[in-house]
Design a protein. Structure first.
Length: 429
């Protein structure tokens, strides 16, 4: 397949006065150069042929990148890391650099950088070799088209092949060095990770063991708290029952106080009636006392008149005397009754005062009972609320106990996982 139009060129290449350079101080690559038999004469052929390459460099680069489209992964690598236009500029400079006739330290450093980039972007060696082989074929076609002298063609193709082979050796060697460095780095990282994992698993196992002990203590404490919560609930129920009984007793006492108060009111009413009767009796006694005094006065007058009458008045005098004695006895009896009524009235008045004081005490007691009943109602409300809170606390503690049990189980799994991780870490070594 002919890619380029043939141009007229000199039939023989003149290598006189062509300056080239091979840095012999780079002893590392001396054996490779000798094995390939890449000589200064090869570099002179390459340098003389550079104008031909420079003239068709755009066609060479375009043909190179057109061939890449057969593999999607290569296009993806290009799109991720750069662009085709930028890479074409880089490739043009790189190809022309191969025909400068110079192999020195800078030449080697450029090939190292290329290899490092290939590793970094993930370019596989198979695609690099294939693409470079395609580039070599394209350049050889240019030789066939533009170089007429058979000897020049032969020497030039040999020189180009040697240079491309040396180029690939340098890149692939550095590629291997970079990969090996990555392997060493990865191995070192694996060892570091392994040691870190082992240390972490040991610490994790210790922490897990300590945490497991702590969880057991917390579990025991949560069970103890559950027991306390149950006792608190029982005490709340007992206090509620006692508060209810106390409130019932207070209500009964309140009813008793009301009955006492009603009884005192009845007694006070009866005593008031008794005082009225006593007052009425005193009035009647006063009347009787007046009648006795008048009777006594009349009997005295009758005795005087009977004495004046002499013998005829003696019988009347006896009657008058008897009436007087009866009047005196009646007066004495009335005075005695009056004294008794006075004493009774005095006692009744004292009893009224006492009942009033008792009534006041009853009222104070009733007020205290009302306040006590209200306090018992509040106590009952507080006890009910405390019972509800105790039930809630019991449920929360039971839920906490469940969570702690789950955490303890999880930490057991963590301990098991840590042991497994330690085994994996040892395998990494």
């Amino acid at each position: 397949m002919v890619l380029f139009n043939k141009m007229r060129k000199p039939t023989s290449m003149n290598l006189n006065d062509i300056k080239v350079e091979i840095d012999t101080t780079q002893t590392k690559y001396t054996n490779q150069l000798q094995l390939l038999n890449l000589t200064e004469q090869d570099l002179k052929y390459l340098k003389v042929f550079k104008p031909y390459i420079q003239e068709k460099i755009h066609t060479v680069v375009d043909h190179f990148y057109n061939a890449l489209y057969v593999e999607d992964s290569l296009i993806q690598i290009i799109d991720r890391n750069s662009s085709v236009d930028k890479l074409k500029v880089t490739l043009r400079n790189h190809v022309l650099d191969m025909f400068n006739g110079v192999i020195n330290k800078e030449f080697f450093e450029k090939r190292k950088r290329i290899a490092q980039v290939h590793v970094r972007i993930g370019l596989k060696t198979q695609w690099y070799i294939g693409a470079f082989q395609n580039l070599l074929i394209t350049i050889i076609e240019i030789v066939h088209q533009d170089v007429k002298d058979p000897n020049d063609q032969l020497y030039l193709i040999r020189a180009i092949t040697k240079m491309c082979t040396f180029e690939q050796q340098l890149v692939l060697e550095e590629f291997e060095n970079v990969v090996e460095a990555y392997k060493v780095q990865i191995q070192r990282q694996k060892e570091q990770i392994s040691q870190s994992i082992i240390k972490s698993t040991e610490s994790l196992a210790t922490v897990s063991e300590q945490t497991n002990v702590t969880f057991h203590l917390i579990n025991d404490q949560s069970q103890e708290m559950t027991s306390y919560a149950m006792k608190t609930a029982e005490l709340s129920i007992s206090a509620e029952e006692k508060a209810k009984v106390g409130k019932i007793k207070i209500v009964n006492q309140h009813q008793n106080m009301l009955s006492i108060r009603n009884t005192i009111d009845d007694i006070s009413s009866n005593i008031s009636d008794l005082l009225r009767v006593t007052n009425d009796m005193e009035t009647i006694i006063g009347i009787v006392t007046g009648i006795a005094d008048q009777t006594n006065l009349l009997s005295l007058n009758a005795s005087i008149e009977a004495a004046r009458a002499g013998e005829y008045g003696k019988g009347f005098s006896v009657v008058a005397e008897e009436v007087r004695k009866l009047s005196d006895q009646t007066k004495q009896s009335v005075e005695s009754v009056e004294h008794l009524l006075s004493k009774n009235k005095e006692h009744t008045i004292n009893l009224v005062d006492l009942l009033e004081r008792v009534n006041e005490e009853v009222q104070l007691g009733e007020k205290s009972m009302n306040e006590t009943e209200e306090q018992f109602s509040q106590i009952l409300n507080v006890v009910n609320e405390s019972k509800v809170q105790s039930e809630l606390m019991k449920k929360e503690i039971e839920r906490l106990h469940g969570v702690i049990s789950e955490l303890a189980s999880s930490f057991n799994e963590v301990t098991y996982s840590a042991d497994q991780l330690a085994l994996v870490a040892k395998d990494l070594e």
